[in-house]
Design a protein around this ligand. Structure first.
Ligand code: FES
Length: 63
């Protein structure tokens, strides 16, 4: 699914950036070698980051 239309970033690329350590929307853009243009995707990327953080929290809690 395309998340960022301006840069043709799909959810797989964004999840890959998050897995590599991107912890903000700006970092996701940097990991993907793009720049924020219109910014409409930022909220979705931040929700993906929040979901990832919750996932890490659950992993830590399970240890
Ligand atoms: S949709 Fe991502 S910068 Fe425009």
């Amino acid at each position: 699914m395309i998340v960022c239309v301006c840069n043709r970033l799909n959810d797989t690329k964004i999840r890959g950036a998050i897995a590599q350590g991107a912890d903000s929307a700006d970092n996701v853009y940097a990991y993907c070698n793009v720049r924020k243009n219109c910014g409409r995707c930022q909220e979705t990327i931040e929700k993906m980051l929040d979901g990832s953080a919750q996932g890490r929290h659950l992993l830590v809690a399970a240890e």
